[in-house]
Write a protein of this length. Structure first.
Length: 402
């Protein structure tokens, strides 16, 4: 039973059909019953291979949704022959309405229908597929977008200039903390994404910059800008290095020479000031009598001056330097002799035992060397004492160094 109270009529596979003569009372869409009148009349039916078959025609009077009667129309076969559909049930059934009115069960079960269709060659009325169409062709899902829209969406996701592109990333540019608040959202960017990127900035003076794709508006353009910035910084660094080199050369040529000259002038002025202070002190104390300590100091100063300018002192100094040179040379010779004797003694000890006579000679030589070293040590101490006294006299004559 269909939605509007009609029962389809199955047709045979090779043009055969079954004839039902029982009237059917079916329920309409809103519970109204319709009486179907069956008239048996020969009709030319088309078989599967355009064979003309005679089928009893069932004229069904059904009530439509709004009360109008409809009659079942003949159907076309596979190759254009006209077939008429007849009901397949032999008993009257009472169909239930759409809103809960009970309907009587069908007289034949589904298994009996299948058995009858296989035995008699009849099938249910199913529209045959057209030539070139597949029975298992999938119907398009109404929830899916058309292929054109899907391709357009895919193109927009891949194209870097599209606002829906997936190849976008926010880099950060440092503009300074004082200038960062003056930058806002560009007109062609999403404000929500821009604000989200601004929250995750690495420093206070950074602003987000959107890169689209891998071209000049994306990573390639970013790399070019960084290369230009690096070239500018490198050039600036070379300028700074050149300026520093120029300043160092200028400092060495001007300021260092001037500083050395000022140091020499300062030493000369210090000596002149000391001499002037000495003369002023002498002039101020002229006419005053000297006490015993001052007289003693005066005598010592005259004596030291006489010793300093005495030619004997210079000869004594030369003599001391000559003796020190001799002492150094003698110490070197003794060191060489000691090493040679040590090596010789080691060789003799390895070859054979040294006899008592050789040991006595070695002992005598070592004792003589020791006495010579003691004499040299005493001479060196004496020279050091004389040198210290001479250095002290020089300090008294020339005054303390400043």
């Amino acid at each position: 039973m269909s939605l509007f109270g009609t029962t389809p009529k199955p047709g045979g596979l090779f043009g055969t059909s079954t004839t039902a003569q029982q009237p059917q009372q079916t329920g309409g869409l809103f519970g109204s019953s319709t009486l179907q009148q069956t008239q048996t009349a020969p009709a030319a039916g088309g078989g599967l291979f355009a064979a003309s078959t005679t089928q009893p025609q069932q004229q069904q009077q059904t009530s439509s949704l709004f009360g109008s009667s409809t009659a079942q129309k003949p159907a076309l076969s596979l190759f254009g022959s006209t077939t008429q559909q007849q009901p397949a049930q032999n008993t009257a059934t009472g169909g239930g309405g759409l809103f809960g009115i009970s309907a009587a069960p069908a007289a034949q079960s589904q298994q009996e229908k299948l058995a009858q269709s296989f035995l008699s060659g009849s099938t249910s009325v199913t529209p045959l597929p057209r030539l070139g169409e597949s029975q298992w062709m999938t119907q398009p899902n109404p929830r899916e977008k058309p292929i054109r829209d899907q391709m357009l969406e895919l193109f927009q996701k891949w194209h870097p200039a599209s606002p829906n592109s997936l190849f976008t990333y926010y880099f950060y540019t440092s503009v300074g903390a004082d200038r960062a608040p003056y930058y806002g959202v560009p007109p062609d960017e999403d404000s929500v994404k821009w604000e989200e990127a601004l929250k995750h900035k690495p420093a206070e003076g950074c602003i987000p910059v959107l890169a689209r794709g891998f071209g000049d508006e994306g990573i390639a353009g970013r790399v070019k800008l960084q290369q230009l910035a690096l070239a500018a910084l490198t050039e600036r660094m070379h300028e700074i290095d050149k300026s520093l080199t120029t300043r160092i050369e200028e400092h060495d040529l001007k300021f260092t020479v001037r500083a050395q000259e000022a140091r020499r002038r300062h030493i000369a002025l210090s000596r002149r000031c000391l001499a002037l202070a000495t003369k002023v002190q002498v002039l101020r104390n002229r006419g005053y009598a000297l006490d015993a300590a001052e007289e003693e100091l005066k005598d010592r100063l005259f004596k030291l001056e006489k010793q300093v300018f005495d030619p004997v002192l210079n000869g004594r100094q030369e003599e001391l330097w000559a003796r020190m040179t001799v002492v150094r040379e003698r110490a070197r010779i003794l060191k060489v002799e000691t090493e040679r004797l040590g090596k010789k003694a080691g060789e003799l000890e390895g070859a054979e035992q040294i006899d008592e006579e050789t040991m006595a000679k070695i002992r005598q030589i070592l004792m003589s060397y020791d006495s010579q070293l003691g004499h040299l040590r005493r001479e060196l101490d004496l020279i050091n004492k004389e040198f210290e006294s001479w250095e002290a006299s020089e300090k008294l004559v020339n005054g303390p160094k400043r």
